[in-house]
Design a protein around this ligand. Structure first.
Ligand code: NG6
Ligand code: CA
Length: 519
């Protein structure tokens, strides 16, 4: 009897404990769901599919990016929207195909903002859902509304399209103005030494790379022979603003410290950070502590430096106790280029390294290496490690993040594939339009169709195949990842099907877009 009673008592006790603990687990789950994760997009500039050791590079090691790849979803078929920067960044932030916006092409440093302040963007959508939003790094989406006065607050810019905080370079490291801009204001500007910028004429008496090679330590190969800053000739002319000019060798450290500072200051609320590193774009200016580290010249050295920045930033999140509540998306804005306009030994010291991996082409190209880039999603404790062969595009980040944070905002071109990004499904995209300097091609399933385009098949300046040909090209990537066997003639049925699908998406406007912008 006594025994039975105590058994009943134990049963009641354990039942209470069981329900109580269920209840608290449910509460915890609810809390976890309602607690919005922080979101960080780490975006490199010109990093190729073959530049990361997790993606098969053997001549260079990227242990920190590898850690993300091996601890998250490593996409083998992840794409930037374009094989150049501005269009890819436009598509990343808006979820809209860049070829829908005629201004979404490589911009000079004086170009006006190409995102409408009315347009929905990732930071705007996240801001509406209670996020603090920031960008640190490369912008290259235009600033102002034309005729920017760099000595006043520059607007509209990132702060007018959804970012609560911005710390940027206006365009690229090789373009003037060579200054940092914080929330629209040039950092460290002395108004007694105002900045003037032009992309058409030099300012009287100012040296240029073309006329004063003796003042340069990095020599220009093509383009890049205008104003000289820090002994590096740039694209565009700039006068004044001496105290505000950035130090190229410190840029990586500088952006890293600003990225950390942003997190430090905003970690008490959900935050979104777009951390846009400048490497390995030209001019490649590793900090002295990275010089010679890759054995591959400056291009390899700045990849090692970028990888270190990624590691430092992730360690910082971990030390702050934020890593398990932060979704990290890592990618690159376009494929790789070795000589992009300076003699910097990158060609000579490349050795056996293949920045494009087994893919054909590179930056500026319609071939696969133009847009297929390292693409990783990582969320410690939440995303299970996996290699995914799903076709995904940076376009899809917009709608997928909206789904993640419970926003109704959607953009037609941006597929909601959150479960693919979370590694829970392989239902990626079926089709995707790829863009390269205003030319487009259609990817559908395992097939890619490149329409005929005028212009050189090989860009001599950068030594990259453009993808241009007088005839249609059709490749089956499942069996021919290197795009060596054009099946357009032998598989006419597939070709016709691809042309029809391409025309339907492009709304038959592809005829307008034929010429290669690259000079
Ligand atoms: C090209 C530049 C190249 C690079 C590119 C933009 C010349 C000859 N070439 O016009 O060096 O700056 O623009 O790169 O000037 S991107 O990654 O921002 O798209
Ligand atoms: Ca780029």
């Amino acid at each position: 009897m006594k025994n039975k009673n105590s058994r009943v008592a134990i049963l009641i006790f354990t039942t209470i404990i069981f329900f109580a603990s269920c209840n608290s687990t449910k509460k915890q789950e609810k809390k976890a769901q309602s607690q919005k994760p922080n979101i960080v997009i780490i975006y490199t500039d010109d990093l190729g599919y073959g530049d990361v050791s997790a993606y098969g590079a053997t001549e260079i090691q990227t242990p920190n990016i590898d850690k993300l790849a091996k601890g998250g979803v490593m996409f083998t078929d992840g794409h930037a929207s374009s094989s150049t920067c501005t269009p890819s960044r436009y598509a990343l932030l808006t979820g809209v195909y860049p070829w829908r916006n005629k201004d979404a092409r490589i911009l000079p440093g004086t170009a006006p903002l190409i995102i409408s302040t009315e347009q929905m963007t990732i930071p705007k959508m996240l801001h509406e859902k209670g996020y603090h939003t920031g960008i640190v790094g490369k912008w290259h989406l235009g600033l102002g509304a034309g005729n920017v006065n760099w000595n006043e607050t520059v607007t509209p810019g990132p702060n007018q399209v959804g970012f609560d905080y911005s710390y940027i370079m206006a365009a690229t490291q090789d373009r003037v103005p060579t200054v940092y801009i914080e929330n629209g204001d040039v950092v460290g500007l002395d108004l007694n030494d105002p900045i003037e910028v032009s992309y058409s004429v030099n300012f009287e008496g100012e040296p240029t790379g073309k006329n004063n090679p003796e003042l340069t330590t990095m020599k220009w190969h093509h383009g890049h022979n205008n104003s000289i800053v820090n002994e590096i000739p740039r694209i565009g002319f700039m006068k004044g603003g001496e105290a505000a000019k950035w130090s190229d060798i410190d840029m990586a450290d500088h952006f890293l410290s600003k990225a950390k500072q942003y997190v430090q200051e905003n970690k008490t609320e959900p935050f979104f950070l777009y951390y846009a590193l400048q490497q390995p774009h030209v001019p490649r200016t590793p900090h002295p502590r990275f010089v010679g580290k890759s054995g591959m010249g400056p291009r390899g050295d700045v990849i090692v430096e970028a990888d270190w920045c990624v590691g430092e930033f992730i360690n910082f999140l971990e030390n702050e106790g934020l890593l398990e509540n932060t979704l990290i998306i890592f990618s690159s804005d376009n494929g790789p280029v070795v000589n992009d306009g300076y003699y910097d030994d990158s060609v000579e010291k490349l050795g056996n390294h293949t920045p494009s991996g087994e893919l054909r082409g590179g930056k500026y190209s319609l071939f696969e290496a133009g847009t297929r880039v390292p693409f990783i999603t990582y969320w410690k404790g939440r995303i299970q490690p996996k290699i995914s062969h799903s076709l995904v595009s940076q376009l899809d980040i917009f709608s997928s993040l909206a789904e993640l944070v419970g926003s109704d905002a959607r953009v037609d071109d941006s597929n909601e594939i959150l479960d693919v990004f979370m590694g829970e499904s392989e239902n990626g995209r079926d089709e995707l339009i790829l863009e390269a300097t205003s030319r487009t091609a259609l990817r559908k399933g395992e097939w890619i169709m490149i329409p005929p385009y005028n212009g050189a098949a090989l860009s001599k300046a950068v030594n990259i195949e453009t993808g241009n040909a007088k005839e249609y090209q059709l490749y089956n990537l499942a069996i021919d990842i290197g795009q060596q066997h054009n099946l357009a003639k032998s598989n006419n049925e597939k070709l016709e099907e691809m042309i029809a699908a391409f025309d339907e998406i492009r709304d038959n406007d592809s005829a307008e877009i034929t010429e290669l912008e690259l000079k």
